[in-house]
Design a protein around this ligand. Structure first.
Ligand code: FAD
Length: 364
């Protein structure tokens, strides 16, 4: 099996392929975990179950929340940095509605009162009156977790750009890299924002969007925040090295930032005023990452079809935002489908393409 892309999604496919005894797994990737062009390197790393008004997607996310602890248990050195996360980036009424909706879907969320907040976040100066609390939410260090998944997959990893897919008689039979042609029975595309270009080489139009996320990292600090927190105009958590990782409004697009360093410095200065800490808190470095966004916001996982509806064999696609949350089951259920041909109902609605029926009729 060839896997194109060594971000967290590709790493999860590689790991689960190994678990299913796929004997030769090769991961080809122009960037590796830790390289600055990868979304995984630049992530905030919050694993959560929220998908307002989209029960199907919320269920998939919750299933990932349930599965992450098993992965952490099974893979040595794979860890979470914290468990449980608070949100108060909605007005009181919306917050209660959101929590109630997710509870009605069976998710492990609740409203935390001010006294609970004071207990769990003792260093926060201005606690809100209430907040949503995701009991099973996790914070994961994206690129280190990806390195551990790749290590546990025992796959061969090659740092190389894939130029195009090799395509014959409606079947993908391999890839052309900058150096060579490699043939295989199955090519899994987990290339994040590189996906549209790769698919265009087999005449498939696949649209994606992107936005830029800026995160400021402080110097390592003593323990100040035990849980990730998301407020109206900032989100912050402390990583496994004690650094605060601070962003502005959640999911904000930093494309129009004139001076990102200044903005990152301001994120740290503002955070310093929100926490009881008298020591030195400074900007150590910042990251800017492109979010890989499928057009409708849901993950895209599955086989591809031509515009006449005919299935293409030898290729499987998995691309998504919230990949830190979703990668474990995307990889597990994706590999199951590749091997058995059966599609799990958790991913049933995440097919990569929606076909226009008229187009199919006309093509035939
Ligand atoms: C600022 C920011 C904050 C985020 N916060 C969260 C969060 O809190 N929680 C959460 O769940 N998600 C979050 N995300 C989203 C999450 O990080 C991504 O969904 C996830 O990392 C995507 O992983 P991936 O493996 O699909 O893509 P990537 O990590 O981008 O990996 C794709 C790989 O494919 C390789 N590639 C592409 N094209 C080619 C080619 N032609 N040849 C060879 N290799 C190729 C690239 O080099 C890259 O290594 C955030 C993202 C950003 C940017």
């Amino acid at each position: 099996m060839i896997i194109v892309g060594a971000g967290i999604v590709g790493a999860s496919f590689a790991y689960h392929a190994y678990q299913k005894a796929v004997d030769k797994i090769t991961v080809l990737s122009s960037d590796l975990p830790g390289d600055k062009n990868q979304a995984t390197t630049n992530t905030w790393g919050w694993v959560n179950g929220y998908a307002s008004n989209d029960k199907t997607y919320a269920s998939f996310r919750q299933a990932n929340l349930n599965y992450w602890p098993k992965l952490i248990n099974d893979i040595s050195n794979l860890e979470h940095s914290s468990k449980g996360a608070f949100i108060w980036d909605l007005d009181e009424k919306e917050l209660h509605q959101t929590i109630k909706q997710h509870q009605s879907w069976g998710q492990s969320v609740k409203i935390s009162t001010k006294s609970e907040l004071l207990r769990h976040l003792p260093n926060l100066i201005n606690s809100p009156t209430s907040a949503g609390f995701g009991l099973d939410d996790l914070a994961i260090e994206g690129f280190r977790a990806t390195q551990e998944l790749l290590k546990a997959s025992k796959s061969k990893i090659i740092k190389v750009n894939v130029k195009e897919l090799v395509f014959e008689n409606n079947k993908v039979t391999g890839v052309k890299t900058d150096d060579e042609v490699i043939y295989d029975n199955e090519v899994v595309i987990t290339a994040g924002l590189g996906t549209p270009n790769l698919l265009s080489t087999i005449d498939i139009h696949f649209e994606m969007r992107s936005s830029l996320g800026l995160l400021a990292y402080t110097n390592p600090l003593p323990s100040l925040l035990n849980h990730p927190i998301t407020s109206f105009d900032f989100h912050a958590r402390q990583d496994d090295k004690g650094r605060l990782i601070i962003g502005g409004k959640f999911d904000d697009d930093a494309s129009n930032e004139q001076n990102t360093k200044e903005t990152a410095e301001k994120l740290v200065q503002d955070m310093a005023t929100r926490l009881n800490y008298n020591g030195k808190m400074i900007l150590d470095y910042f990251t800017i990452g492109s979010r890989p966004l499928p057009i409708d916001g849901r993950p895209k996982i599955g086989r591809l079809v031509r515009h006449n509806g005919q299935k293409i064999s030898g290729i499987y696609l998995a691309v998504m935002h919230s990949g830190i949350t979703n990668a474990p089951l995307a990889g597990k259920l994706g590999i199951d489908e590749i091997i058995t041909g059966k599609r799990n109902k958790l991913i049933k609605d995440f097919l990569p393409q929606t076909l226009n029926k008229l187009e199919i009729l006309q093509d035939v």
